[in-house]
Design a protein around this ligand. Structure first.
Ligand code: PEP
Ligand code: MG
Length: 921
């Protein structure tokens, strides 16, 4: 694979005077215009075909029409400029030469496949056409060349069916109906039992279907077939399921798909031919085993569609040992070359092997960790490269709960299927993707049960707990998509007799109806008719001390990978944690600091709300102080616990932030209570209390509480709250320091937009801290800083930095205030914004790099200018989002703070951000 690919500009060469861009890239005869680094332009499939061609692997020749043409197609309102058409024609002639066959020829017809292929794989979402080039004459040519009339007419009828369905939009059923009629008339069950004569009849019937349904003749001119198919593939970029898929996986709409036109090779010429797909390692478990499936005498679509259940790839060794050996050699070489697991497609035509695709294989989170650590052990990659092999998001799959094993073992299995994607799933059965979505919207947990899934099911698969199918193999649609989503999935559970119309299935002598509970284990393949309680993942069991680390292989590998990540990342990873047990978990997950302790959450602890309410209801400062004095020891104990859990790492504690009414009962509830008591004729203290509360609630009522009396504004109006909180923090720190654990608290003032707000609060903090230290006869180091979460705070960051020793960007509020989108109400319209492409992503989940991000950059720049040593972090939800972590790395922040469960994701994402400029392509 050391051959350097030659990237020549063939188009420019043939038209020396024109400055025309190149839109079509040829591959064939050991040389390709493209290579593996051109995924943007050629898509994953196109670049893989080019790379394999350059490496001298057996790849049928062809050409790739670039993704740019897809965008032109849409820009020009479904038209392709004639210059590009000419470039395609030139490449077609080159292909005819390489193939030694001519499109439409009666003696030796060239047949091609026309396939989509975007930069990111979108399995089954877009369209494909096979056997293009056949017509009434060419089919006779194919017959005489192959001496196989059955094969020729079978290919032709498949082509008409695919073309009719994909290009002319005739429903598949219309063709199936005719095929069934011919089979019935001949008394046969299987397609393969039909002889040439029967298939000739099928072809005639299919052409009639096209004429009746599409109101046009089936086009006999192969050039017209090609143009129409190319355009249909471009159109499929914008079909509903492809759009939905891109939305789920955050793939931009404007990158377009390439179209690959490639000489057909045939896996359906007879018993010495076949087709298959595979992976160089097991994509569900990561095991180092050759993994995949094949079908003898079939075309590619038969394997992935899940209609026929294929044979395991290892059986190919017995059937065609030479081709098997060659396939193993090639795929091992590809894995080494790409330094990643390869997902490949091949066809064997009369015992001759052809490679049709290679790309990095999608895998479960579990497999990703196993593979990355195995690769390092096998010296295939360095630890740094291994870090880049794992998608940070996929780590979440490893933290998902599993079944309580004891309970699970007690229930007998109803059946077993192929374990396509690991994980424990339990929920109510639904039989359609639409029902899955409906039920989940009603708050239910569902398992989608289908005979087989189709790409249109994507929305239902996404919301389900798990996916269970009766047919299909380990590479069927359900299996591929299930693994990619990290959804527990079982496929090919053949014992299920599914009756989708009656919404029920039978298995093991029992009938399971829609709404009944089932559970399954995606790792073993067992299905049980019961609801089974789950238990924390193996990793969590190790972290909470219920399982020894040495007993969990996956934990050790998980930890190892993250320790490699820790070595390369520049960003610190802290956690948002409010209570000691959360801090313990965060520390165990690898957080080495608390970036945000929301102290008000402590107010909700058992027995505390009445004290907090007394503080709020107090009429005088003296009464307020009395209530605060009761809160002081409680809060001090919590701080002590959090500090202790963090073993001397920085702990950032924020003074009170939310509007006070959040601690009081709802106005409506109080009104009902008062009315009830009055109606019952009561007059006692309970009624008086309720009335007083109601009056205070009404007094505190605000029209825009998020823009109201909250954050630093509370500390300024009620300085005694800041005093109490400072005292609790410093007293807890003194106690720990005396116990030998050095702790340097960082006290953070929220919602600051004016430097004087901070000065006011800082003076209080410093005064109380000095008092406490004097009383305790101990000096501790502490910092006073602020959250930067108001746009004005970013703009005047230089002024604020003169007072603040650290900044922490509160990107939740900063997003809310920059967009003017309410954090609590925007769900209603943000979904529509995304559907209409007004916004690509939810800005509360992934940082808006242009707007909010620019304010962050401005805040960093101005803050550091005024105080070069300023420590800067971020503690909004974005701290656990990989794309946002990349942004914060580049913006020069010191740390990100994420919720405890997202800490591993942030550690890995931070390492990838640090490496992305140095390693990988
Ligand atoms: C923020 O605004 O980003 C933040 C972390 O604070 P909160 O979510 O508590 O408002
Ligand atoms: Mg905030």
């Amino acid at each position: 694979m050391s051959k350097k690919p030659a990237v020549k500009n063939a188009a420019a060469k043939s038209k020396p005077s024109s400055k025309a861009r190149k839109y079509v890239y040829f591959f064939g005869n050991g040389k390709a215009d493209g290579n593996r680094h051109m995924k943007d332009l050629l898509g994953g499939k196109g670049s893989g075909l080019a790379e394999m061609t350059n490496a001298g692997l057996p790849v049928p020749p062809g050409f790739t029409i670039s993704t740019e043409v897809c965008n032109i197609y849409y820009r020009e309102k479904a038209k392709i400029p004639s210059a590009i058409d000419r470039e395609i024609e030139e490449n077609l002639r080159k292909l005819e030469k390489a193939a030694g066959a001519t499109l439409g020829s009666t003696e030796n017809p060239l047949l091609v496949s026309v396939r989509s292929g975007a930069k990111f794989s979108m399995p089954g979402m877009m369209d494909t056409i096979l056997n293009l080039g056949l017509n009434d004459d060419a089919v006779e040519g194919l017959k005489s060349r192959t001496q196989n009339g059955r094969f020729a007419f079978d290919s032709y009828r498949r082509f008409i069916q695919m073309f009719g369905n994909v290009v002319l939009e005739v429903p598949k059923d219309a063709f199936e109906h005719e095929l069934d009629a011919v089979k019935k008339a001949r008394g046969t069950k299987l397609d393969t039992d039909l002889d040439e004569g029967s298939l000739r009849e099928v072809v005639e019937r299919y052409k009639k279907v096209v004429k009746d349904r599409a109101k046009r003749e089936f086009p006999q001119d192969p050039h017209i077939q090609l143009t129409m198919s190319r355009d249909a593939v471009f159109r499929s970029w914008m079909n509903a399921r492809a759009i939905e898929y891109r939305r789920i996986y955050d793939i931009p709409d404007d990158i377009g798909t390439a179209v690959n036109v490639q000489m057909m090779v045939f896996g359906n010429t007879g018993a010495r031919s076949g087709t298959g797909v595979g992976f160089t390692r097991n994509p569900a478990t990561g095991a180092r085993e050759f993994f995949g499936e094949f079908l003898i005498n079939a075309q590619g679509e038969d394997v992935v569609s899940g209609v026929r259940t294929p044979q395991p790839i290892r059986e190919l060794e017995q059937v065609m040992p030479k081709a098997y050996k060659q396939l193993r050699e090639i795929t091992t070489r590809l894995e080494k070359h790409y330094k990643d697991v390869q997902d490949f497609e091949f066809t064997i035509q009369d015992e001759r092997l052809f490679m049709l695709q290679t790309r990095s294989g999608k895998r479960t989170g579990y497999a990703a960790i196993m593979i990355a650590s195995d690769f390092v052990a096998e010296k295939l990659v360095t630890p740094k490269e291994a870090i880049l092999l794992v998608d940070p998001e996929s780590l979440n799959q490893l933290l998902a709960p599993g079944f309580d094993r004891d309970e699970w073992e007690k229930i007998p299995a109803a059946t077993r299927g192929l374990p396509a994607s690991p994980g424990a799933a339990s929920g109510q059965v639904v039989f359609s993707a639409d029902h899955a979505v409906e039920w989940v919207n009603q708050g239910k947990q569902v398992i989608l049960v289908r005979r087989e899934t189709v790409p249109d099911d994507i929305h239902g698969m996404f919301v389900s707990q798990g996916i269970l199918t009766a047919t299909g193999g380990m590479t069927s649609h359900a299996a591929v998509v299930g693994r990619q989503m990290g959804k527990p999935s079982i496929v090919g559970a053949g014992a299920l007799e599914i009756d989708e119309s009656r919404r029920q299935f039978r298995v093991d002598g029992k009938t399971v109806r829609e709404g009944d509970y089932i559970s399954f284990d995606g790792l073993s393949g067992e299905v049980k008719i019961a609801r089974v309680a789950s238990k924390p993942s193996e990793i969590l069991q190790v972290l909470n001390g219920t399982l020894a680390a040495k007993k969990s292989g996956i934990y050790r590998r998980f930890e190892k990978l993250l320790s490699w990540a820790d070595k390369v990342r520049r960003l610190g990873v802290y956690a948002n944690a409010d209570l000691p047990d959360q801090a313990e978990l965060a520390y165990a997950f690898g957080a080495r600091g608390i970036g945000l302790c929301r102290t008000e959450h402590m107010f909700f602890g058992e027995g505390r709300i009445p004290i907090v309410q007394r503080m709020i209801l107090a009429d005088s400062e003296a009464d307020r102080r009395k209530a605060l004095n009761e809160l002081l020891p409680l809060q001090r104990d919590d701080f002590y616990g959090v500090f202790k859990a963090m073993r001397g790492c920085p702990v950032t504690i924020r003074t009170i932030d939310p509007p006070l009414h959040e601690f009081l009962p709802k106005r409506e509830d109080l009104m009902v209570d008062v009315a009830r008591l009055e109606a019952a004729g009561q007059t006692g203290t309970e009624l008086e209390e309720k009335k007083r509360l109601l009056a205070r609630v009404e007094q505190l009522h605000e029209f825009n509480p998020m823009l109201g009396h909250r954050g630093v504004r509370l500390g300024i109006t009620y300085p005694e709250i800041t005093e109490m909180q400072t005292r609790a923090i410093i007293e807890a720190a003194c106690r720990l320091n005396k116990e030998g654990i050095k702790i340097a608290p960082e006290i953070m003032i929220p919602l600051v937009g004016l430097v004087k707000e901070l000065s006011d609060q800082k003076a209080i903090v410093d005064r109380v801290a000095a008092d406490v230290m004097k009383e305790q006869r101990i000096t501790i180091k502490y910092l006073v800083g602020t959250m930067i979460e108001i746009p004005r705070g970013c703009i005047v960051a230089d002024q604020i930095a003169r007072e603040a020793q650290f900044f922490s960007f509160g990107t939740n509020d900063l997003t809310q205030l920059t967009f003017g989108f309410s954090r609590d109400d925007s769900g209603k319209f943000l979904k529509i914004y995304q559907e209409k492409k007004i916004l690509e992503k939810d800005p509360f989940a992934s940082i808006d790099t242009e707007g909010v991000g620019d304010l962050v950059r401005l805040g960093v720049e101005r803050g550091r200018k005024a105080r070069p040593s300023l420590k800067i972090g971020i503690c909004g939800e974005h701290g656990g989002d990989p794309a946002s972590v990349h942004f914060f790395h580049n913006a020069g922040l010191d740390y990100v703070s994420a919720s405890p469960y997202r800490v591993p994701v942030a550690r890995l994402a931070a390492a990838q951000a640090a490496l992305s400029v140095k390693v990988g392509d």
